[in-house]
Design a protein around this ligand. Structure first.
Ligand SMILES: [Cu+2]
Length: 171
């Protein structure tokens, strides 16, 4: 009997330790933060694949490492969206279905206002070599496979140079 009495505090401590561990695991699964650095060069995204979980907070640092080219990133899926330039030439620019269709879904960090940009055009363009920008957003409940791409130079970065990647949005 003395064995059981002396052992009880140890067993209770073990129980609480296990409970705390389970709580830590559960809270990690519920409120995850994911961070990525996406490097854009001529002509690729690195990484070119990501998996996001609905409701997670994703922070992306976007870096343009090209020596002389402007690159951008857009997220969408489905048919390509075509626009017409001032010479009447049609060129692809994003998709007919864009992932971030609302300014509320994407906000730059670093004090930059994205609302005006996003309302007009859900994309981010980086011009400077080594230029970087960090933005954060909550992954929308839009499960499935999405693409991202750069449509600079009349869409040639995307079509001719396959400057693209995929995002899998899952639960
Ligand atoms: Cu590009």
């Amino acid at each position: 009997m003395s064995y059981h009495r002396s052992n009880t505090p140890t067993r209770m401590l073990t129980f609480f330790a296990m409970a705390l561990t389970l709580l830590a695991i559960a809270s990690t699964a519920l409120a995850a933060n994911e961070s990525y650095t996406i490097v854009m060069t001529d002509f690729s995204f690195e990484p070119d694949h990501m998996t996001w979980h609905v409701g997670d907070t994703v922070t992306i640092k976007l870096v343009n490492n090209s020596t002389d080219k402007t690159h951008e990133i857009m997220f969408g899926k489905g048919d390509l969206n075509y626009e017409t330039d001032s010479f009447g030439k049609k060129y692809p620019h994003g998709w007919t279905t864009m992932l971030f269709d609302s300014p509320d879904q994407l906000h730059f960090m670093m004090g930059k206002k994205v609302e005006e940009l996003m309302a007009a055009m859900p994309m981010i363009t980086l011009q400077d070599k080594g230029g970087a920008m960090t933005f954060t957003f909550t992954v929308p409940d839009k499960k499935g496979t999405w693409q991202y791409g750069c449509f600079e130079e009349d869409g040639s970065h995307f079509l001719d140079h396959t400057m693209k990647g995929t995002v899998e949005i899952v639960d």
